[in-house]
Design a protein around this ligand. Structure first.
Ligand code: AMP
Ligand code: MG
Length: 499
């Protein structure tokens, strides 16, 4: 049977020879489709019905290449936990090609777990079902929360085993991204002194992500500025839903501003900025509260790559790059406050009022300090603050060991709300659109993945996915998914890089 048509237009392969190695996915013994993202397939203009059959399984496992695909392993470098690795690259991934979606946006289609490549180093190039379904759950949750992210189009079981601490069933994930250009892609060429390549990559990135800058005299500095803006906004959005990326290496930071690389990520339960779940992050480099600083640090590494393009005179180029980089903290704080105001049920003042901004930021900070002191669930506290806006404090107070603890803060918040003439019900509704009820809770995620991986039972995965796609929904049938994980479980929870 013919494969459903995919209309590829592979600009990266065409325009950037020397930036990748053409390579083929490994054939696998027994492809079986575990997951197909039908709404995403439709958005991409793909024939979801055709892809749901055996041809789809063969395609998404890497056994049948659709016409027009030009699989390549992309070269990149990266700072991992602060140390520079000059050569990482797609060691278990392949970019199949690009398609232009129904909205006219160019999207990458890439495999993860499709076998060894010239960049594999010691790795086997493979992936297991559990971590690939985990990427589906968390990335779909992020998407439903309105946060820029790569998406998962499909997961196919391969019918072969992969060997980690134990033998696990193998799988291939198909990832969709605005692009796979990373800070580390620039670093790969900059570290080799190949400034011409850095320039070509920058021109390509501008054409793809910031076309309004094309041809402008200061476009490389403007590209830096655009990426600084996107990352400041992205990380602010993470902070406002309690997302911990877990491995913010520079190879895991995109120019597009999408969240990428769902390895050891997890959501906060009780609020504590020091929270770390990753089994290898011994020093807490990528702890929840450090994410803005780390993003800023990564952007400085990006800026270093661009310096030779910004100005012939190095000192001048560095000064200009630093000025742009220096905007990050304020941009991030502004993004954070914008989200926090929505969660507090407050509006921004018009025109902007720095004194009011400072007051509102302090109100949010003090709320978070209270949650930390009382070890309160981050998601539920924000969510039930909306009830308090309607005068129902009971559920919120019950989250605190001492129900009197939020008293003073609530009085202050109510006084602030009183400055705005907004009907209580409308305020509460708006707050519920800003603070989710349902996030991927550890115990739910692990139970769903264990069932899928150990017994092939996909029902818990599908139910959880359905709940995560409706994070703001008060539907009582989703109540069980809103419950925090047991504290003992969270205290001992460890996540892995998915290798
Ligand atoms: P990640 O932790 O997914 O960001 O990966 C970091 C680097 O390790 C990238 O270059 C990956 O391609 C590579 N890598 C991760 N897992 C494997 C694997 N199983 N086989 C080969 N390379 C891998
Ligand atoms: Mg990575």
């Amino acid at each position: 049977m013919p494969l459903p048509a995919v209309r590829f237009d592979n600009s990266y392969a065409r325009e950037l020879p020397g930036f990748y190695v053409a390579w083929k996915p490994d054939p696998v013994p027994a492809p079986r489709l575990l997951y197909l993202n039908v709404p995403l397939a439709e958005e991409l203009g793909l024939d979801a019905t055709g892809l749901a059959g055996p041809e789809g399984a063969a395609l998404f496992a890497g056994n049948l290449l659709p016409e027009g695909a030009e699989p390549i392993a992309q070269a990149y470098a990266g700072h991992q936990f602060g140390g520079f690795s000059p050569q990482l690259g797609d060691g278990r991934a392949l970019l199949l090609g690009e398609i232009v979606d129904r909205h006219g946006h160019r999207r990458d289609l890439a495999f993860k777990g499709s076998g060894r490549t010239p960049f594999s180093r010691g790795g086997d190039g493979k992936a297991a079902i559990g971590p690939m379904l985990r990427e589906v759950l968390i990335s779909e949750a992020m998407h439903a929360l309105g946060i820029p992210t790569t998406r998962a189009l499909a997961v196919a079981a391969t019918g072969e085993q992969v060997f980690r601490e134990q033998a696990l069933p193998g799988a291939v994930l198909t990832r969709v991204a605005a692009s796979h250009i990373r800070v580390g892609t620039f670093q790969f060429f900059a570290a080799r002194g190949e400034h011409d390549h850095v320039r070509r990559l920058a021109e390509y990135a501008i054409a793809r992500h910031d076309p309004a800058l094309a041809g402008a005299p200061d476009r490389f500095l403007a590209l830096l500025d655009a990426v600084v803006h996107r990352q400041a906004s992205l990380v602010a959005q993470w902070m406002n839903v309690g997302f911990i990326h877990g491995v913010m290496n520079t190879d895991n930071m995109t120019l597009s501003g999408e969240t990428i690389d769902y390895g050891p990520c997890a959501f906060l339960e009780a609020y504590d900025p020091g929270t770390v779940f990753s089994s290898i992050d011994h020093e807490g480099r990528y702890a929840f509260g450090r994410q803005p600083q780390i993003a800023h640090w990564n952007l400085a590494r990006f800026a270093e790559c661009l310096v030779p393009l910004i100005d012939d005179e190095q000192e001048h180029a560095v000064a200009r790059a630093n000025e742009v980089l220096g905007r990050f903290p304020a941009l991030h704080r502004a993004g954070l406050l914008q989200g926090q105001r929505a969660k507090l049920g407050l509006r921004a003042t018009d025109p902007p009022d720095p004194a009011q901004d400072a007051d509102d930021a302090a109100l949010a900070d003090d709320w978070l300090a209270l949650l930390q002191r009382e070890s309160v669930d981050f998601t539920l506290a924000w969510r039930h603050l909306a009830d308090a806006a309607e005068g129902r404090d009971g559920v919120l107070r019950a989250l605190f060991a001492d129900p009197q603890a939020p008293q003073a803060w609530l009085a202050r918040w109510r006084a602030r709300c009183g400055h705005e003439h907004v009907q209580a019900g409308n305020r509460a509704e708006a707050m519920r659109r800003a603070s989710p009820r349902i996030i991927p809770r550890h115990h739910r995620v692990e139970a769903a993945l264990d069932a899928a991986s150990e017994t092939g039972d996909l029902v818990p995965f599908r139910r959880l996915l359905d709940a995560l796609r409706r994070p703001f929904d008060d539907d009582p049938s989703l109540d069980e998914f809103a419950q925090p994980a047991p504290r003992e479980l969270t205290a001992a929870y460890r996540t892995f890089c998915g290798t």
